[in-house]
Design a protein around this ligand. Structure first.
Ligand SMILES: Cc1cc2nc3c(=O)[nH]c(=O)nc-3n(C[C@H](O)[C@H](O)[C@H](O)COP(=O)(O)O)c2cc1C
Length: 307
């Protein structure tokens, strides 16, 4: 049996240009999650709204993610999500960035069950929407997730994706598999494992240890090696030539999409391509990577991309 593979949301990396290109060249992903939409100075960024427009998205299953700490923010975000026809929404309780977490949002909300409960009370107002939660083990203690579990069950949350780190770790240190195991044992809701999956063997190791999982969510592992989900799902192993051909296809589609979207802005396009290269194809030689980092114009960038 093959487990579900979900593409984790990655702010700055998995926008619609990237998701569409990824689906066209590789696929193997059951659902894509958008980076979180949030309220900034009482508004939702236009870029985030454009990012969920159905006409911009060509993947079979897309789930918008929202980050809200008040009922008002929750409602404002939901109105945009509903206007665009979505019936599934993911709630972010995992963002560790101090600017967010210090305001008791994202993972910063995890130590405060009353706050989580108040936020979740909004879920009942949308009876035809299926809500999932993406969270961490806690902000500073892995017991925090256990205390919240009854609240998720009571609110009718349909699925939990658990990044097996603490908010205080940000992206550093190891995932805590023992704390994840305690949550797995206690959790009656469909559970998705997330954190540091880089290879097909990692997927198999985790699903063998936790067979009741509803799937795994992968972020940086897919950005680095986009063939990972497809190879797992189809039980194939691409030859080096096949893999490189697909890498070129992915690169060219993403590059073309950014040039189309950011018309006239050389610097912007190159900056987006640098985000693309932040995680992609880590085996590439250091010299080419350095040249990409230094490029400012599209011409210089094209010269630098000799992979
Ligand atoms: C650059 C970056 C941006 C991220 N943006 C989001 C986000 O918008 N929403 C979210 O829930 N998680 C976000 N995450 C966390 C990832 O979705 C994921 O939980 C984390 O990277 C661990 O999974 P991985 O080891 O498979 O990457 C982000 C992570 C990174 C590195």
């Amino acid at each position: 049996m093959k487990y579900k593979i979900l593409f984790a949301p990655l702010q700055g990396c998995t926008d619609y240009c990237y998701r569409n290109a990824f689906e066209q060249v590789f696929g193997g992903v059951d659902s894509y999650y958008t980076p979180f939409l949030r309220i900034e100075r009482k508004e939702i960024r236009t870029r985030d709204i454009v990012g969920i427009k159905p006409e911009n998205n060509h993947v079979p299953s897309l789930i918008p993610q929202i980050l809200a700490d008040t009922k008002e923010d929750f409602q404002q975000l939901m109105s945009v999500v509903l206007e665009n026809g979505y019936k599934r929404v993911d709630i972010n309780l995992g963002c560790p960035f101090p600017l967010i977490a210090n305001k008791q949002k994202g993972s910063g909300m995890l130590p405060f069950p009353e706050k989580v409960e108040a936020m979740l009370s909004s879920v009942a107002d949308y009876s035809d929407v299926t809500f999932s939660v993406k969270m961490r083990l806690g902000m500073s203690s892995p017991d925090e997730c256990l205390a919240l579990l009854p609240l998720f069950e009571k609110a009718g949350v349909s699925q939990i994706s658990m990044h097996a780190r603490l908010g205080s770790q940000q992206y550093k240190g190891n995932v805590d598999m023992d704390a994840f195991a305690r949550f797995y044992d206690a959790c009656s809701l469909p559970l998705i494992y997330n954190g540091d999956i880089c290879t097909v063997e990692d997927i198999e190791r985790i699903t063998t240890r936790f067979p009741k999982l509803a799937g795994v969510m992968i972020g940086r592992g897919l950005l680095a090696h986009p063939e990972l989900a497809m190879e797992y799902k189809q039980d194939v192993h691409l030859s080096d030539d096949e893999r490189m051909e697909k890498y070129h296809q992915l690169h060219d589609l993403v590059f073309e999409a950014y040039r189309e979207r950011l018309k006239g802005g050389d610097a912007q396009v190159v900056s987006k391509m640098k985000d693309f290269w932040e995680y992609f194809y880590p085996e590439m030689d250091k010299k080419s990577r350095k040249a990409i980092k230094k490029a400012i114009t599209i011409a210089k960038y094209e010269n630098a991309v000799m992979f």
